[in-house]
Design a protein around this ligand. Structure first.
Ligand code: ADP
Ligand code: MG
Length: 263
């Protein structure tokens, strides 16, 4: 198992990684137009209310302030119903806020069209879920290669990259399997390979260890740590305090807001 260190990192991300590592920045006097440091994710005053016909509107996010630097590993915890999944879906561009602003790599995304959001999802965000969400009728390689189909990549190249991603998560010996022939931990590794196959800068996970026993969950966390060390930014929702405590930064949600400071 290895992490692809050759994955390109955008200049803004490199800047943020340098900041995180407290490395000295080049003196400002050498650059007449220094670029402002841009966090990978900047959410300001994010609100989201579910409105179902015939029932009272449910305000779920009530002004979320959250900045995530490139290369951070952040865990989001909070009681059931506090809005974690709703927030993660907005972060993952699966849903839009009703109010506030969301900048991804410096670009405002909260008002983008469905097509534009799906392009961002396809190229820049990997998703991991509690129940893996693999397609049982397809083999492991085809499951992992699927996100590349929407990026217009040739069949042979999709296959090559899928195998590389599977090797990267330690599934190089399961290439001929179907998801149902894998253990839970292997299924989650396969889902992580699928999330990474397009080499996105951001991985988001909603309770990715929630359906695994504690030993297997710890192995999945170890894999995520290894990917994080390779430069990946990770935002995880979890209600497992053990998982949350392993993240670089733990953010707590309560009643649709971030509890305490957002930085
Ligand atoms: P968490 O992940 O922290 O448990 P969620 O974001 O899933 O919280 O849900 C927060 C609240 O929003 C809950 O009260 C839930 O019932 C409600 N909710 C979530 N999704 C929807 C939806 N699609 N339509 C209506 N209400 C929803
Ligand atoms: Mg949830």
């Amino acid at each position: 198992m290895h992490v692809d260190a050759s994955r390109p990192i955008a200049p803004a991300d490199q800047d943020a990684i340098r900041k995180r590592n407290d490395e000295p920045s080049p003196p400002a006097s050498h650059d007449p137009n220094p670029k402002p440091r841009v966090p990978l994710l900047a959410l300001r005053s994010i609100t989201r209310t579910y409105r179902l016909p015939g029932s009272e509107p449910v305000p779920v996010l009530r002004g979320v302030e959250l900045h995530v630097g490139a290369g951070e590993f952040l865990a989001l915890m909070g009681p059931s119903g506090s809005g974690k999944t709703t927030l993660l879906q907005i972060i993952g561009c699966l849903d839009r806020p009703d109010g506030g602003s969301y900048h991804f790599s410096g670009d405002e995304v909260s008002a983008l069209s469905d097509d534009a959001l799906s392009r961002i999802r396809g190229a820049r965000i990997g998703f991991v879920f509690q129940f893996f969400n693999l397609i049982p009728q397809m083999g492991v390689i085809d499951n992992v290669a699927l996100p590349l189909l929407y990026l217009g990549i040739s069949s042979s190249e999709r296959r090559r990259r899928a195998i590389h991603a599977l090797e990267r998560v330690g599934l190089g010996h399961r290439l001929g399997h179907r998801p149902t022939q894998l253990s839970g931990g292997e299924q989650q590794r396969c889902a992580i390979a699928r999330a990474l196959v397009a080499e996105p800068p951001l991985l988001v996970g909603d309770e990715p260890t929630g359906n695994l026993d504690s030993k297997t969950g710890a192995q999945i966390m170890e894999l995520l740590h290894e990917l994080h060390r390779g430069g990946l930014t990770i935002v995880l929702v979890t209600h497992d305090a053990e998982v949350g405590s392993q993240a670089q930064r733990l953010v707590k949600m309560r009643d649709g807001r971030i509890d305490g400071t957002a930085e």
